[in-house]
Design a binder for this molecule. Structure first.
Ligand SMILES: [Zn+2]
Length: 684
């Protein structure tokens, strides 16, 4: 691993922060924290922390000796000074004399001694940093170090690799007890340059930022070199089927299998992030992959991301694709059953009241293909994949020099079910559509964009499909929540298919279709050019059918139901003069909606329509409004609010109706009218 310290860059950061009133110590602390945090083989998604002992002044001008230590929620790779809250050292040091300190009391002590009470919670490893006397302390979960410490006889191997230069700390759950033992290990031999924490990671320290950082990189390199020199040849590879199924062909099945059933066709769904590379596939193809996966996580805090470890499934044979659904289901069931047993066994050991987390895997390893990270959001799914890559690194190293034996699951349990994590559950309520994927055609138009925005605000990831790729991307960006735009001419079945393939590639599947794209052509029906009517049918009927077919194909593979929503317009039930080219296919689409409700209700797939009218959009432009209102001798306002309520209907009102249908879990074959009230168009 390369040492990235650069005098010029360090001094530049010190100078830049000096202008903002940040002292040199803290600026350098930010500098090396970012160096460490930018390297996933050292620090990943919260797994590591740093500190420096310095001085800080409070609001009344008193100066205190403080520990500036990484605050929870901050990413070390992009940390800022406020991500290293200052805690008064005096109180922290006094705590070392205590015999016990509950986690909640430890957090309270740390918070009560913050210089700035608005700071994030100081790291759970704060006391360990405080009890060591060095000015700068660095802590990482280096994958090379984990290869050495995740062994059955790790203590001896640690001695072999590091000699007496590093202190050995047995595994203890992070918190007060670990801090005390680590400090005792240091006190017993103050000549050490750092501490190796069994089954956990590494601390290095120094008088200045550079020394602590140099030592971290040095000892990580010692571990890397040991693995490189002493590594055994790679283990045997499993035989793979002659033809492998593609990731896209198994993604919806897998995504459906890991959804959490709330009973009676209701599900908490997950997003799947597919990740692959030669290194990933090479490792996952090992004949022993299921064995490795079953042994657990490489460092305990990963349990918050991937629970008790990955799930390995067999390689998918393209020639036996039909059987693979059952294979996946049986593996997910086994994982979930093991997880329940793990929870029940460990929960029964004391009287603490705990809420079991869902038992589904967060990382699936598929030989021949790669891995799928699963999470309630795309962000969480990607984090699971990131963690998977580092798990592979650590296990590969551990197996090269011995045998991967990480922390036991019994010891993992108190961390996954740490009381402070459990306390967060109540406040982390998901949004109504969290975990769901909505594909919206005509997604860059007024109604489509408003729908994408509303669904994303309610937790869904939106796939915004539009003829204009740039506008689709812009609407997706406006919607937010990691939504994506796809350019497609949806009257071309191949392009429609590609849009759904994209949804599967990015999120693992689709749960909601908003089939919204449409265009109006005018002319008296008896004199209409045949080609124009056919063109209208392509977009206003067949594209709806093609979208629904694709959605249903994926929904059936997922096996978690779904919703088809069609924009059928008022024209479907109440024809306007010279509007037949538009109204006739829309009437067919209304019927289509009911046909899907009938044919797929037994699979939990709902189908509903929304009849909207007189919405400012590409179909009813400002110029058209001006000419039509003028022709009727009305003002634009009177024309647009010519309904029973006397109020203009907006694209957002239509989006609200689609949202209602997405959430109404027992409503199908329904039509909702969004027109401000038009008795002639009222459905009977
Ligand atoms: Zn740690």
């Amino acid at each position: 691993m390369k040492n990235l310290w650069n005098d010029g860059e360090a001094e530049k950061l010190v100078a830049d922060y000096a202008k903002k009133g940040v002292a040199r110590d803290l600026a350098l602390r930010v500098y090396t924290t970012r160096l460490l945090g930018g390297e996933p083989r050292l620090v990943l998604h919260g797994g590591g922390n740093t500190s420096c002992k310095t001085k800080a002044t409070d609001l009344v001008g008193d100066e205190w000796d403080v520990l500036c230590v990484k605050g929870s929620g901050w990413d070390m790779g992009v940390i800022e000074p406020q991500g290293l809250p200052a805690v008064k050292m005096g109180a922290l040091l006094k705590a070392r004399a205590l015999d016990t300190l509950a986690d909640e009391d430890m957090v309270a002590l740390q918070r009560a001694n913050l210089i700035d009470p608005a700071s994030p919670n100081p790291s759970v490893e704060t006391l360990l940093h405080a009890f060591l006397p060095h000015k700068f302390v660095d802590h990482t979960h280096s994958t090379a170090i984990l290869a050495i410490v995740d062994q059955a006889d790790s203590k001896a191997l640690i001695r072999t690799v590091f000699g007496n230069r590093m202190g050995y700390v047995p595994y203890i759950k992070p918190g007060f007890d670990l801090a005390k033992v680590a400090a005792d290990v240091y006190d017993a031999d103050p000549s050490v340059e750092g501490l190796i924490l069994d089954k956990h990671g590494i601390f290095t320290f120094g008088d200045d930022a550079r020394q602590a950082y140099d030592r971290m990189i040095h000892y990580v390199n010692v571990a890397e070199e040991y693995v490189a020199k002493n590594g055994k040849p790679q283990p045997a590879r499993a035989a793979l089927p002659a033809t492998l199924a593609t990731p896209a062909s198994i993604a919806p099945t897998l995504r459906g299998a890991v959804a959490v059933s709330r009973g009676e066709g209701r599900f908490d769904r997950m997003i799947s992030d597919f990740r692959t590379s030669d290194a990933i596939v090479d490792f996952i193809n090992s004949a022993a992959i299921a064995d490795y996966a079953g042994r657990g996580v490489s460092t305990p805090d990963l349990s918050i991301r991937i629970k008790t470890g990955p799930m390995a499934v067999p390689a998918p044979d393209a020639d036996r694709a039909g059987d693979y659904k059952a294979v996946i289901k049986s593996h997910v069931d086994a994982f979930a059953n093991d997880y329940r047993t793990y929870f029940e066994t460990n929960d029964a050991l004391d009287d603490v009241k705990r809420t079991m987390l869902d038992p589904m895997p967060r990382l699936t390893l598929v030989p021949g293909l790669g891995m799928f990270g699963h999470g309630r959001t795309l962000k969480d799914a990607k984090i699971a994949s990131d963690v998977g890559e580092m798990w592979i690194e650590a296990v590969r190293g551990a197996e090269a020099v011995g045998s991967f034996y990480p922390l036991s699951k019994a010891d993992l349990f108190p961390l996954e079910y740490w009381s402070l994590e459990q306390a967060k559950l109540a406040s982390n309520k998901p949004k109504p559509l969290t975990g769901q994927v909505v594909l919206i055609t005509g997604g860059a138009g007024a109604i489509g964009a408003a729908t994408a925005k509303l669904f994303a605000a309610n937790g869904a990831h939106a796939v915004v499909v539009d003829l204009d790729a740039a506008k689709a991307a812009e609407a997706a960006k406006q919607a937010g929540n990691n939504s994506i735009g796809v350019g497609a001419d949806i009257t071309d079945p191949a392009q429609m298919r590609a849009a759904f393939d994209k949804a599967v590639a990015v999120y693992g599947g689709v749960d909601i279709l908003v089939s919204n794209a449409g265009a109006a052509w005018e002319g008296r029906i008896g004199e209409l050019d045949d080609s124009l009517l056919r063109k209208s049918f392509e977009l206003n009927f067949f594209a709806h059918q093609s979208a629904a077919q694709n959605a249903v194909r994926i929904m059936l593979e997922q096996g978690t139901g779904g919703v088809l929503l069609f924009n059928t317009s008022k024209q479907a039930v109440n024809p306007g003069p010279k509007f037949g080219a538009y109204g006739v296919p829309k009437a067919a689409t209304l019927f289509l909606s009911r046909q899907y409700a009938l044919d797929y209700g037994a699979h939990g797939i709902r189908s509903n329509a929304v009849n909207a009218d007189r919405i400012r959009s590409g179909l009813l432009t400002d110029a058209m409004i001006a000419s039509r209102s003028g022709a009727r001798g009305l003002s634009e306002k009177e024309y647009m609010s010519g309904n029973l309520l006397g109020q203009e209907v907006t694209a957002e009102d239509v989006a609200q109706a689609f949202l209602h249908h997405a959430l109404a879990e027992r409503t199908t074959a329904d039509v909702t009218t969004v027109d401000g009230g038009n008795i002639a168009a009222a459905l009977r």
